[in-house]
Write a protein that binds this ligand. Sequence first.
Ligand code: G6P
Length: 604
Amino acid sequence: MCGIVGIIGRQPAAPVLLEGLARLEYRGYDSAGVAVIAPSGLRVHKAEGRVAHLAATLPKRFGGTVGIGHTRWATHGEPTDANAHPHTDARGQLAVIHNGIVENVEALRALLPAGTELRSETDTEVLAHLISAQEADDLEERVRLALLLVEGAYGIAVVDARQPDRIVVARNGSPVLLAIGDREMLIASDAAAVVRHTDQVVHLDDGELAVVRADGYRTSTLEGEPTDKAPQTSTVSAVAHDLGDHAHHMHKEIHEQPEAVERALRGRVDARFATAHLGGLDLTPRDVLALRRVKVLGCGSAYYAGLYGAGLVESLARIPADAETASELRYRNPIVEPDTLYVAVSQSGETIDTLAAVQEIQRKGGTVIGIVNTPGSTIARACGSGIFLHAGHEVSVTSTKTFTSTGVAFALLGLLLGRTRDLGPADGRRLLDGLAALPDAIAGALAIEDEAAAAAKAIAEVDSVFFIGRLGGYVAALEGAQKLKEVSYVHAEAYPAAELKHGPLALITPEIPTVAVVPDDELWEKNMGSLSEIRARRGPLVVVTDSERDVGEALAVLRVPRTEPELAPLVLGIPLQLLAYHAAVHLGRDVDKPRNLAKSVTVE
Ligand code: G6P
C-alpha cells in the first residue's frame, strides 16, 4: 500500500508529483508528502490528511525538476505530519519514500551513528539515516549497501541533493516501475500515477535496483549484477479517473458493469463446442482431465468472488472446489497437490497475502493461474497464465465491477473445465446464452436504483444489519455485508439463512433489519421459512429476489431480472452494491475512500 511517484526531467516536479499522488490516493490516504531538489537544496513538504490538503498548503517557492512524492497508509506510527513521508537524513540532504514494512528495524536502529535523533516513529526514517550513514560517495552504492542490511518488504525511492541528477529506486516485495517520458523519466508504485505522461513502463523485479536519470535508466540486482529490462506498453488508461456524470467512482463503476461483463466475455465464447476459449490459460485438455481439485485463494472481495467461483466450478465441472483466504493458506503449511488447480484472484494483482500464497504454492510445485484485473501486475507475472478481467481500472477502494467480472471469469473457467469433462453441450449452450444475456440482466438490476436508494435510507440509521442467503445467495450476502460495512461503517454480518436459528436469531429485533437474498430456485420455500422466522420476531426485511412471487410483508422488495441459476448471484449482487452505496451517501461517508482502508494492500 502507499503510493510512490517521482520525476526527473525539465518541467517543475511539484505539480507532476501532486497530480500523480492524487491518482495514487486509493493506495492509502492518511497523509502525504513531496520532496524536490531545489537550487537551494532539498525541500520537503508533508502533512497529515489528503493530497488536496498537501497541495493547498504547498509553500510558494517549491521549484526543482527532480522530486519524489508519497501517499501513506499508516503501518508504523499514527498518521501525523511527522510520520508522513518523505523522511530525511540528519542533514536534510537525502530524502526517502517507502512502501512496505522493514522487519528488522530494531537491529537497523542500532547500526545508526551514535546520537542519531529520530523525528518520527517510522521504519522509513531509519532507512533514510541508514542510507546516509553508508561509507560511499555514490548514492546508488549507499542505497545498495543499506538495503543489503534490510529485512522485509519495500519499494523505495531516494533523492540526494549532493547528486541531483538521479533518483535511485529499489524493490523487494512492493511494486516499483519506471516510466519513460520525453527527455524525462518517472517512477511510480503503479502505472496510474504516470499514465498522463507516458505508456512506456519498466517493472522492477524483487531484489532489483535502478538508477534513473532524465535521459534513461540502468537496472541491476542488489548485488550489482546488471539486469536487462525492456520497456512494456502499459494498458492503464487515464480516462478511468474521470467521473463523468457520477458523484463517485463507486457509482460510476457500479454502472459500468454491463460493459465490463461484455469485455470479460469478448472473444472467449466458443459457440461451436458450447465452451469457453481462454487464450491466457496454459492447460491442455489432458491437464484438465487430470485435475482432482480446484482451490481458489484471495483476500476481501476477491475471496468472496472466489467462494462464488469455487461453487460454480464445482457444479459445472464436478471437480471438488473450495476457496480460502490467501492470508490463512500461506501460513498453515498447505498440502500442495500436483493434480490441484490453484486459482489466485486479485483485482490489483499486488495484494501481498495473495502473492505470498502464490509463491508458497509454486515453491511446493503447485500450478497457479491468476484471475487478475491488472496486466503486468506482480501476481499476473508470478502466475504467468490466467484470465484477465478487462474490467478497466477500478478507482473506488471498494470493489464492484471487478467482483462481478471475476464471477464471469469463473463462469468461463467452469464452462471450459466442465465441457472438457462431463458437462453436456445443452448445458454449455444454456450457460453461454445466460452469459450473453448477463449485461442486460445487470442493466435491468441497475434500473431499480431509486428503490434501492429508498431501502438504503431505511437501513442506514441502524446499529447492525444481517444479510442472509443460501448457496449462491449466501455468497452474494457475504459480499453485500462486506460492501455495506466498508463504505457506510454500519456493522453488517452475513449468515447462511439456515444458520440464523442456531444463534443470531437471538439478536433479531425491530431495530435490526435483515437483507435476504432469495433466488427463484428450489430452495424458495426454505427461504420463505427463514423470512417467517424473522418476521415472527418483528425483524424488518429487505428482500432481494429475481422472482415475481409474493414474498410477504417487507420493508422493501428489490426485484431484478431472472437469469440462469448459476449466474443469479451476480445479478442479485447489484442491488446490494446499490444499498451499500446509497447508505454511505445518506450517512455522508467518504464513499470512494472509506476510513482506514486502501485499495491495494501490499503490506501484511
Ligand atoms: C483490500 C481492498 C478490498 C479488496 C482486497 C483484495 O482489502 O480494500 O476491496 O477486495 O484488498 O484486493 P485485490 O486487489 O487482491 O483484489
